[in-house]
Design a protein around this ligand. Sequence first.
Ligand code: SF4
Length: 505
Amino acid sequence: MTVIRQDDLIQSVADALQYISYYHPVDFIKAVDEAYQKEQNPAAKDAMAQILINSRMCAEGHRPICQDTGIVTVFLKVGMNIQWDAQMSVTDMVNEGVRRAYNLPDNVLRASILADPDGARSNTKDNTPAVIHYEIVPGDEVEVHVAAKGGGSEAKSKFAMLNPSDSVVDWVLKMVPTMGAGWCPPGMLGIGIGGTAEKAMMLAKEALLDPIDIHDLQKKGAENRAEELRLELHEKVNKLGIGAQGLGGLTTVLDVKVKDYPSHAANKAVALIPNCAATRHAHFTLDGSGPAALKPPSLEEWPEVTREVGGNVKRVNLDTVTADEIKTWKPGDTLLLNGKMLTGRDAAHKKMVDMLAKGETLPVDLKGRFIYYVGPVDPVRDEVVGPAGPTTATRMDKFTRTMLAETGLMGMIGKSERGDAAIEAIKEFEAVYLMATGGAAYLVAQAIKKAEVVAFPELGMEAIYEFTVEDMPVTVAVDTDGESVHKIGPQIWQAKIEEQAIDVA
Ligand code: SF4
């Protein structure tokens, strides 16, 4: 009988989480590189260049691919013939592995998990607990899949109980445009069909653990309904023209994964979960011989990508920028930001808006300033700040009118599109919204030369910082007239793909 020791599972989980924080799966890198090579929209191509450059830097520097280092999700298949040499429960062992990984001094990962989710929302400080799924299987091994799922992509998960005669393809094609860009495409779609409501969601999540192999399937041809759906959806979703970061382009999904399960005659449950530019998962097996050793990938697997700075790049001094200057910026323009900006995300915005409602003075003066929606990773060694990519801007939409009207804020920086109400407010107050590339957090952090907490230190990574930046690359996403690149871009590229019959499969 195989004996699995407590510390072997704990250390293996910890090592795997560290590994996936800085190594993208090689199949993902190859798929993004292929999409990058064929992309025709310069803005989407540049976003993918940033994702690839960031990925290589993280693999070299052993720092997180994204500032959101995810919620840990573990699928365990436990052989019926194994015996545990352990005092802890398996759940406790997995959580101890999470604790060890996220607090590793050499590569501290961001603790993003909040207990009491509809109440105090207090940070558990070590990213526990993980979400763990168990299966008891024949055999004498323990098979473990570890993933770290970003909140931005998890937020776009969808579920429906379709009628048996409804089309899954139609439903997916209706859902994907509603997901906006907050899931940081290009990525993968995991689709679960059948079973019960919870089974379909589990299937969708598990499907994302499979490697990207859509081109193998295209060559081989579909052998069952799930494979037919993969081929059809991969092509039809890419024909929507959403593109990298929602800027419009040829590749929105690198692969579509489908898992199905027998269903009740009255039901057709369908779940859709996207995986983002920070696709992170690893697989290992414990056979009693010690902790699992994941082999580091060769850096030669990463393409050598350099960014081409186009003709429409403007260098901006945030310390002196004027209302007239920002009126000259147009959607799609690339800016290199220099000078000082403030940061703030969900909790800081809620606090500021509550203070304004009570007539209190804010701890920072936002007049004429830019605010960056970010929750950075803590720095290690000589870093000024850890990886610090943008978070989803739509979550700040409900605060935007108040912030613009009552503080004199000039601009916001985040990722993904803005909703109609926020765009209206941006237009009315002649402000701007700029986007940085989601999933390029370590690259963005290189532009931050100084970081200082200036308000709400009790909020941890959600505190308000002042960053001093040098040549931080952003794209104008909503201009002072309320024109949004996320509305125009996908429309243009969907039409181009159709009219020019561009192959997006
Ligand atoms: S790539 Fe985007 S969705 Fe994924 S973890 Fe990072 S910020 Fe979140």
